[in-house]
Design a protein around this ligand. Sequence first.
Ligand code: SF4
Length: 414
Amino acid sequence: MMAIENLQRIVPPLTEWFRAFARDLPWRSDPLPYYVWISEIMLQQTRVEAVKPYFRRFTEALPDVKALADCPEEELFKLWEGLGYYSRARNLKKAAQEIVRSFGGEIPGDYEALLSLPGIGSYTAGAVASIAFGVSVSAVDGNVLRVVSRLTGSGEVIDDPRVKRFWEEQLTGLIRDSGVDSGLFNQAMMELGALICLPNGKPDCASCPLKACCRACAEGSWERIPARREKKARRKEDRTVLLIRDAVSTLIHKRDDRGLLAGLWELPNLEGKADEKQVLDYCRSLGLKVLQIRPLPEVKHVFTHVEWHMRGYLLLVEDMQEAQQSGQFAAERFLAAGTDEIGERYSVPSAFRNYMDYLGLRTGSDVFASGPSAAGTDGAAGLKSSDLNRPAGSGKNREESISGRNKNEKTEVD
Ligand code: SF4
C-alpha cells in the first residue's frame, strides 16, 4: 500500500485551515468526553445539521453517563427516534452501564479501554481519546479514508478492513512524529472530508489547503478515488401496514427482540400485499370488529440491506378495550395506546412515518421541523372517523404528502 509521501507536509496547512474554517458545533465548544462520544455515535450515517437538534435534546434529557445508564429503554428510543440505527442507542446504554460498573462512571481516556466498550470501534475510540483526552492516536472514518486515498492517489478499496488499519497506523505515526495536537488534527481531517473533499460530486480542490501535495488533484483522478467494493443488491419485501383505530386508541405492536428494528414499536403489518378480505380476516383473528376500511397509498422504505414496498389500510374498529383485556393482545405484543401517548412515549421507526402522518403525529426528525405537519392535521386528534368515509383517492392533501415523501427515501439499518 502506498503511504503519503512527505506525510508531515500536510500538518501545517491542514491545521491552519481548520483553525480558520472549523464549524461551530455544540459538541466542539465544550468537548467533554460524554459530548464527544454521543455526537460521534449520532454522526455515524447522519449529517451534522440533522444531528444538532438531536444532540441538544439528548444531552439535556440525559446530561451524563449515569443518567444514560439509568434511562429506561422506551425513553431512550424516543430520544433517538428519527436517527435510525436503534442498535446504536442500545449500545450507548450498555456502554454507559459498563462505564458505571467498571470505571466509576467516568469515561476512560485510554484507547484500549474505550475500545472494550459496546458499540465503540477504532474510529470512535480514536475520536474520544484524541479530542477529549489529547491521546496521540488517529480517528479514521470514511471521510478521512477518502482524503488520504486522494492525497496519495491510492486505488486500494477502502471497505477492506486491512486498508483502514493501515491508514490508522500511518496517521497515528504522523501524529506522534509531528507532535501535532491529535484532537485538532483528527477533526481537521474529518472536516476537510465533510466540507471540501466531498464524496459525491467534484471536490473543491481550488479551496483545499492540501492541493499542493495532492496526487488526485494533480492527476485529475479524484472521480475514481476512493475505490469501493461493489454493493450487493438489496432484498425487496412486500408488506401490508395497518393503521387500526377506535375512537381513542391506535393499535401498535412490539417487534421481535432480534433482527431488523428489534424490540421497537411498529404499526401492525403483514407479510406480502394483502387484499381487503385478508386484512379483515386478520383483524377478526385479533378479536377486532372492523367498522370501516380504506386503502392508503403505497410507500417504499429503504434500509441498508432491504427495501420494504408497503401497501396500507386505514381501519376504524369498535372499542378495542375488550380485545385488549382478552390477554391475546399482551401475548402477541399488541397494545391499544392512546394516540397522544404514541407521540409522546412510544418510538415508532421512520419506516412507518408516512402512515403515522394519518394520525397527525410527528415522529423522528419531523419533530424538529417547523410549520404544520405533513399530513395537514393539527395534532393527535387529527384523524377523524369521517376521514374513513371518503373514498380512496379523495384525501388529496394526504396522498400528495405520501407521494412527496416517496421521493425522499430514508435509509437505515438496525
Ligand atoms: S486537493 Fe482535492 S482531491 Fe485532493 S484532498 Fe483536496 S479536495 Fe481532496
